[in-house]
Each structure stands twice: as structure tokens, then as C-alpha cells.
Design a protein around this ligand. Sequence first.
Ligand SMILES: [Zn+2]
Ligand SMILES: [Zn+2]
Length: 265
Amino acid sequence: MSAGIYDRRGEVHARFGGQQRGGIITPARHALVIIITGEEGLEHGYADRLRADGTFEYFGEGQVGPMTMHKGNAAIANHSANGKSLLLFKTTKQGLRFEDEMVYESHHIEQAPDREGNLRDAIVFELRPIDGVTEVVEELAPRPSSSDTELEELRKRAFAAAKESPGKTKSASTIFERSRDVRDYVVARAKGHCEGCEAPAPFHRPYGVPYLEPHHIRRLTDGGPDDPRHVIGLCPNCHRRVHSGADGTTYNLDLAKRMLAIEIA
Ligand SMILES: [Zn+2]
Ligand SMILES: [Zn+2]
């Protein structure tokens, strides 16, 4: 098997379980939503596509009649709120090729034929590669918070940011703004100290904000919006430890326990 190509049954399902058919796999015991793009849509007269602005448009599931926001479709729309990584694979002759980790930004409804050739409402997800989101957000100035009212305001925004927003218009906040909302709240919540080891932040960013890194406890990588109960503000040492340390997995479990006290539901 060539690099980056996976056999669906032998590797993806053997390791993660999940549905054996269809383009959306939601393994019960892993913080993952796997989506597959390929030629299947073509025979129905539509195909997933990359837009000029870098958004990847992915057609939801549902073979006949209008698509509904349930099961796999809901899993895509809510992956951030559920603390799950959204992984995009492409069907090739050799097997499934890993493309990228994506973030749900939005979705819209358009008319597309179903399996029987009838036009119906199709859910088209608008997704972005997580690295692109992270890079842009890194450049966005933090919103300062000096008072408790401001912290409460940031908290509200951060909790709203991870949630699905059906039917939202183009004027609604972008994926970049929503990711920034989560980051700014987590850093403000930490009040200048690492939420892992409680040491003071090692230095300040421009604008006087303490330097701490948002770590996504349940996801494979950091970045994008997420439920703030799954994101912890770490000093660079703790953050390297959790990703690169010999005890990284155990430390991540400790952090998950700490989060229960930090963010009471
Ligand atoms: Zn620390
Ligand atoms: Zn991390």
C-alpha cells in the first residue's frame, strides 16, 4: 500500500469501526468524523468541489428525497461542538487517500438530483483545511478582557462559536472570527497562568495579552473553534509535553480532568 493510501475495510474500519457504507463515517469510540469524497456523486450529476476562496464544498448524505440534518450530516455540522476532528479522504483506485483535516464553516441548500434523478434539497457543507484557519487566526489581534463582564461576554461568544448555526447568512461571523472567539476566551479564562501547571505565562504578546496556547484536548490537532470545555490554555512547555512527551497521553488525560473543574458545565 503506498504512503497515505488506506484500505477502507482493512485499515479504516478495522481500526475505528464505523459505518461500512456511505461517505460519512462516525466511529462511536473515537473523536473523529471521517468524510470521503470521490466519484460517487458524479453519477448523480453533482460533485464535491473546491471554491476559489479555498472553501471545499462537500455534499451531505441521503440517497433519495431531501437531505436532512441528521446522522452523518449532523455529525459534520457539529464536529467542533462535539470536540471531533473532521478528516477528509478521497477515493482512488488504490484505496482511500488522506487529504486534510477540515473544519466546518457553514452549509447551504441547493437543488441536486437524488439517486432516482429527481431534484431535491441537497445539503452542501462549506469546509476549510484546519491549517489555513489556524494561520489566519494567529494573525488576528486578540480581544482584551480586563473585567469580569468582558470575560463573561467572551465566554458567551466562545460557547456560541463552536455550535452549528443553521441557515446563517453571509453576514454571520466567519470561521476565523469564531476560532478567535474560542482562543481569546480560553486565554482570558486562564488569567495569565497556564491551566496545566499553573506557572505564569512566559511572556506577553503585543497588546499586552499573556502568551498561552489553546490546546484541544479531544481533537488530533489544534485550531478551529471547539467547545471551550475541550480547550485548555497551556504554557509552551506543557503544550510540547502533551504533544511530544513520553507521558503526553497520560498528561492529556490529567488535563481533561482539570478541565472539569475549570469549566463547570
Ligand atoms: Zn504549563
Ligand atoms: Zn495542542
